[in-house]
Design a protein around this ligand. Structure first.
Ligand code: ADP
Ligand code: MG
Length: 687
């Protein structure tokens, strides 16, 4: 049987009673298979020796000689202190309530020592150290123990023993789901060995080999599913109606500028997709201000001309509204019928709009997630544009496909998603990139300022305001709680308006400001009747006010690199010289310092995204990936990028040769695909 088929209840394991089973159920573990795919979250690694002298580098793992027994205190409080020496240094282990340890570790004997040590009372102390008698000449303790995520009432040792029992009962009988030729070609362990190696590795190398084997299989099954989906789509081709590009031409004629070569290249890539019978799934990456909106609009006009409907989804109401305004400016004059669907539209306004969408009287609708709510029906939804939404994964795509037959999909992002991640989240995306910004933009000069010196920044901004420019001031919090040391937007708005720039108009937007007021304020800022806009990160994505030349971010240390880059992208949107000031509270943590320095040194979103990945590690992004339908249990799409490529190529070859997996050697694969493929995803959802 295969791992997936171990459906027996965990209660069938000896040692697992009703109570333990109930606690395991709380962890989502019902069957033996569930238990075995709950991989350790960490390992207690004793493979690395560390002498006393290096106590500061981590947990000591050494063999020492018991140099002396010392006693302190009186009567029942009399306490043994073992004085130990390992050749690097001398250390002591106070043995509270354990006088019997004197007999177990006589003076002159050898002892294995494992634990944290630190200087105290002039000596190196390790009160919690674990001691085991050792033979003369024996090395420090070794081995790697799994560390599982726990739930109340289940000890680490219990889970370890349940897993060990499950492995000894079923491990040797486990069959592989991967075809043997694949396993051999890529040097992978059989399933039983890989499972054992992941739970109870004999060495770091064995652990890595086990992990690699399981990750490979996991990625392979995922890619197999994706491929099958693509193959299925090819079997149900979309009907394409020709378009002459007339609407697009009209828009191009009306533009006050020339599209860049990159913009035109991407439009051509999209048009090639729109001419193919396979629905488009394309990711458009381009730094902030690179002009992605225009590309989307040009593509939309092609689709509208061929009789289709287009939906443009933005992450926030504010951005959706801004897109709606540019659409009104650019698309309405060439004949497109537009609509705006807001999440909080009242029913009376909503109903006629929904009717217009369902009957095809609207060509292009702009909005937030609301575009895909239950009650929204389209007559002929043919293209969906999703702006700045990285969580738009497999699940959302499936929901969307239900709205139209198989609408073409264009995802747009200023935060470059690494290719491997894109493949995991979306499976089958093609990628287009806009590398160059429209001509005439000057790079934003970025400066760091320590809090305490911010008056210099305020003075600089004052001169810009006097020259007729505008400025953003961004804060991490809307309102302080009184005793917090953080500057917040509400309090700073007061200070900026009353003390710092008393002769200027200062407005504020944040998530608690009502929509109508937010809109009014943004409009006032855009039209120049406000000089300063105080905000939280709501202005992060996409807001476009070319006359704003200063971005002051206070407590810059509180923002992530991607957010900072996005915020900075709010300025430098014209040929005016622009400035970004990162005001930070000292002292800076190490990775905050790296973030701010990276931002100062680079204006390139792609470079910054990579640096971000290095600073944070892939964890956060993987979190994004896992919010999709498919949760990875072992593999990490970034760390395992090379495996993903191998697995992808093998999956493609198999599906191309045998699209329905009918060959006998693919029987096991057919089973996996039918079960949904994941090791963990569909199991977790059962609870
Ligand atoms: P993003 O890629 O960040 O979404 P936008 O689409 O908002 O960028 O474009 C930023 C600004 O650049 C807008 O004001 C837009 O009108 C302008 N723009 C777009 N393309 C060009 C171009 N080829 N030449 C000059 N300005 C352009
Ligand atoms: Mg944009």
């Amino acid at each position: 049987m295969t791992l997936r088929e171990l459906e027996q209840s965990v209660e069938t394991l000896s040692g697992v009673g009703k109570a333990a089973a109930a606690r395991l159920a709380r962890l989502g573990v019902y069957s033996i298979a569930d238990l075995l795919v709950r991989f350790p979250r960490d390992y207690d690694d004793r493979t690395e020796a560390r002498p006393f002298r290096d106590w500061a580098a981590g947990r000591v793992n050494t063999v020492a000689r018991v140099a002396a027994h010392e006693w302190f205190g009186y009567g029942r409080m009399r306490t043994l202190k073992l004085v130990l020496e390992d050749g690097s240094a001398r250390a002591v282990v106070p043995c509270f309530n354990r006088p019997f340890l004197a007999d177990r570790h006589p003076e002159g004997s050898q002892v294995k020592v494992l634990g944290s040590f630190a200087p105290k009372f002039g000596e190196l102390q390790g009160p919690g150290a674990i001691l085991e008698p050792a033979d003369e000449g024996e090395g420090p303790s070794s081995g790697i123990l799994p560390v599982y995520a726990l739930t109340e009432g289940l000890a680490q040792a219990s889970i370890r023993s349940f897993v060990a029992r499950a492995l000894s009962m079923y491990g040797d009988r486990l069959e592989d789901e991967l075809p043997p030729p694949l396993r051999e070609r890529h040097g992978l362990l059989p399933a039983s060995k890989a499972l054992r190696g992941l739970h109870f590795p004999e060495s770091r190398a064995a652990l890595e080999e086990a992990r690699r084997s399981l990750a490979w299989a996991e990625l392979f099954f995922f890619q197999l599913l994706v491929r099958k989906r693509v193959a299925a789509r090819r079997e149900r081709p979309v009907e394409r109606r020709p378009f002459a590009g007339e609407l697009k031409r009209r828009l191009l004629e009306r533009l006050p500028f020339e599209p860049t070569a990159d913009q035109l290249k991407v439009v051509a890539e999209i048009e090639a997709d729109l001419a193919s019978p396979v629905p488009m799934a394309r990711l458009l990456q381009g730094d902030v201000g690179s002009g992605k909106t225009l590309v989307a609009f040009l593509a939309a006009l092609d689709v509208i001309e061929s009789g289709g409907q287009v939906a443009v989804m933005a992450p926030t109401e504010l951005l959706a509204r801004q897109h709606a305004e540019s659409a009104a400016r650019l698309l309405e004059p060439v004949g497109a019928r537009l609509a705006f669907l807001s999440g909080n539209a009242r029913d009376s306004a909503r109903r006629p709009l929904l009717e217009a969408l369902a009957s095809g009287q609207v060509d292009l609708v702009i909005g937030t997630q609301a575009l895909f709510s239950e009650d929204v029906a389209y007559r002929n939804l043919s293209l969906v544009v999703v702006d700045e939404q990285h969580r738009f994964g497999v699940v959302q795509r499936a929901a969307l496909a239900r709205k139209g037959r198989s609408p073409d999909l264009l995802l747009m992002s200023a935060t470059p998603i690494p290719r491997t991640l894109a493949l995991t989240v979306y499976g089958d995306l093609s990628v287009s990139v806009i590398r160059t910004l429209p001509p005439g933009r000057t790079p934003v000069a970025t400066h760091l300022a320590r809090m305490g010196n911010e008056s210099k920044v305020y003075d600089f901004v004052r001169r810009e305001l006097e020259a007729g420019r505008q400025a953003y001031f961004v804060y991490p919090a809307i309102e302080g709680d009184g005793d917090s040391e953080l500057k917040d937007a509400v309090a700073m708005r007061e200070r900026l308006a009353l003390e710092i720039y008393p002769d200027r108009k200062v407005g504020i937007v944040h998530s608690r400001v009502g929509d109508a007021e937010k809109r009014e304020t943004m409009e006032a800022f855009r039209s120049g009747s406000l000089d300063v806009l105080v905000a939280t990160s709501v202005v992060e994505v996409g807001v476009d006010v070319p006359n704003a030349t200063c971005m002051v971010i206070e407590h810059a240390e509180c923002f992530g690199l991607a957010a900072l880059h996005q915020l900075r992208g709010r300025v430098g949107r014209s040929s005016l010289a622009s400035y970004c000031f990162l005001v930070y509270a000292a002292p800076l943590a190490e990775d905050s310092k790296r973030r701010l320095m990276a931002l100062k040194e680079s204006g390139d979103g792609f470079e910054l995204a990579e640096e971000d990945l290095r600073i944070r590690g892939p964890g956060d992004l993987v979190g994004t990936a896992q919010s999709g339908a498919f949760r990875l249990a072992v593999a990490d799409p970034i760390r395992d990028a090379a495996l993903l490529e191998e697995a992808r190529a093998e999956a493609a070859a198999i599906v191309d040769a045998d699209p329905n997996l009918l060959r006998s050697e693919h029987a096991a694969l057919r089973g996996v695909v039918a079960s949904g493929g994941g090791l963990r995803g569909e199991r977790a959802s059962r609870s």
